[in-house]
Design a protein around this ligand. Structure first.
Ligand code: GDP
Length: 465
């Protein structure tokens, strides 16, 4: 998982808030903020940014905490309700401020269907530019865009071969030259050819190194002037942490950077630093690179990213994906999130939708409460098998069990044990596997409960009620 360590620490801090008496005191808030700040700084997020974030959260919730504290210690019903409301307010403030940290002012450019969209890629050598171009081409080609690549890097020996190799594997047309030394001419000719052939996404690779930095930037400007890109994408290596801020600014001052791909988020502990530093340069991050394969490209949305990082799962992403499958505009998962309820039957329905959607492995990763070790590494077939097994077990349950009218959580109760034995026998699975399913459901249910009101459209309004 991306930034697993940072995510783990943030989740642990929020968990402490949950396991406390229900009330949030000033001391608890300060401890939570110290924990979160430490985790972010360890992930190389700029100290000043962390401190600003801390102050913002404090300002948002401190007056409410003081008001609650002045009510005294009586834990009557009303107090308990406002205490849980307060814990939600704190969580919401954390989610919002972490999202702000990653949210630049500017909106990302979106490609226009049926038009020639010229996308110029820039970035230092070694940043992962050539790999990201292949991933970007693969991503768009798979979604039905007519895609082509142009190699305008004549400085690095082997650059054209590398691009050609990737293009051939992906069956994407490419343009380049072994003999022409002028990158501007190649870029111009390549783009013109693909425009004539009605390509929709025309990706131009540029050099990432020169004898002098000024020559590199000059060449980029000349290519940019010649091909007039609709979007210039800067590729940045996350393993350098917040140091990428200066690099990003240097590229900004040379060309009109419209969006950024942050690569190598799968390795190194400085990903949080790199992401927030890029956001601070006001460039929207559109994708992150999470491995060396063509498929290892994830589209980036600050809210979904934070949600996943904090262990809520990417509920919004999942809900949106389901919505596009349903096609009827009914957003059942989102409704469930607003209600904060989730019985086994709801989980069965979600699994059924996931099975109809493809790219199972990734979707399982989105699901809240799905333990990391249950997400198969062996690809979609293995993931499908695992989900189906869970569904066979649920097929062997009674309506009362599916609808949450029977409590299956008491493992030591002989009646529950007998039910579990029956479910295992009925589905041809082991008792341990049924217990695992129930555990996944409990975690799923817990996450849905916890995220009630955190991510919905009306969350803000609900918090203020
Ligand atoms: P370029 O010089 O900027 O074109 O960089 P390359 O695309 O050749 O990438 C440099 C190295 O980084 C290669 O070994 C790539 O496989 C690797 N790389 C690129 N993107 C990622 C990523 O997202 N994750 C990991 N782990 N490696 C990456």
């Amino acid at each position: 998982m991306v930034l697993a360590e940072l995510g783990g620490k943030l989740r642990e801090s929020l968990r402490k808030l949950h396991s406390s008496s229900g009330r949030v005191t000033k001391d608890q808030l300060n401890a939570l903020l110290s924990d979160i700040s430490r985790a972010l700084i360890e992930s190389d997020v700029n100290v000043k940014m962390v401190m600003t974030m801390r102050e913002q959260i404090k300002t948002k919730v401190m007056t409410q905490i003081e008001a609650e504290e002045s009510k005294g210690d009586d834990q009557d019903d009303q107090n308990r309700r406002s205490a849980s409301h307060l814990s939600k307010t704190v969580q919401k403030a954390v989610v919002d401020e972490l999202t702000n940290l990653l949210n630049p002012e500017n909106k990302a450019y979106s490609l226009k269907k049926g038009k020639a969209n010229v996308v110029l890629f820039v970035g230092l050598q070694g940043s992962g530019k050539t790999t990201s171009i292949a991933k970007f081409a693969n991503y768009h080609q798979k979604r039905g865009w007519k895609t082509a690549m142009v190699c305008a890097d004549t400085f690095r020996a082997g650059a054209f071969d590398q691009l050609k190799q990737n293009a051939t594997k992906l069956r994407v047309p490419f343009y380049g030259s072994y003999t022409e030394a002028d990158p501007v001419l190649i870029a111009e000719d390549g783009v013109n050819q693909f425009k004539k052939e009605k390509y929709e996404v025309i990706i131009v690779d540029t050099s990432g190194r020169h004898k002098q930095e000024s020559a590199l930037f000059e060449e980029m400007q000349e290519i940019s002037a010649a091909v007039k890109p609709n979007n210039t994408v800067l590729v940045i290596d996350a393993t350098q942490g917040q140091a990428v801020f200066d690099q990003a600014l240097a590229f900004h001052s040379a060309v009109d950077v419209g969006s950024v791909i942050v690569t190598k988020l799968d390795g190194g502990a400085k990903g949080g630093g790199a992401l927030s530093a890029v956001a601070a340069t006001e460039s929207p991050i559109i994708f992150t690179g999470t491995g060396e394969h063509f498929e290892d490209l994830e589209s980036f949305h600050p809210e979904s990213f934070v949600s996943k990082l904090l262990g809520y799962g990417d509920m919004r992403g999942l809900a949106e994906a389901f919505k596009s499958v349903d096609g009827d505009g009914k957003d059942t998962l989102m409704k469930q999130l607003e209600l904060g309820k989730f019985c086994l039957r709801d989980m069965y329905n979600q699994f059924q939708k996931v099975l109809s959607m493809g790219s199972m492995q990734k979707l399982m990763g989105y699901m809240p409460g799905m333990p990391e070790y249950l997400i198969p590494k062996g690809g979609d077939q293995e993931a499908t098998g695992r989900l189906k097994k869970f569904m066979y077990m649920m097929d062997s349950m009674t309506n009362a069990e599916l609808d949450g009218k029977v409590d299956l959580s008491k493992k030591d109760d002989p009646k529950v044990q007998s039910r579990i034995r029956r479910i295992a026998a009925g589905s041809g699975t082991h008792i341990q596997e049924v217990m695992m399913l129930l555990q996944v459901h409990r975690q799923f249910e817990g996450m849905v409960g916890k995220s009630k009101g955190l991510f919905g459209k009306n969350a803000q309004a609900k918090q203020q009620q």
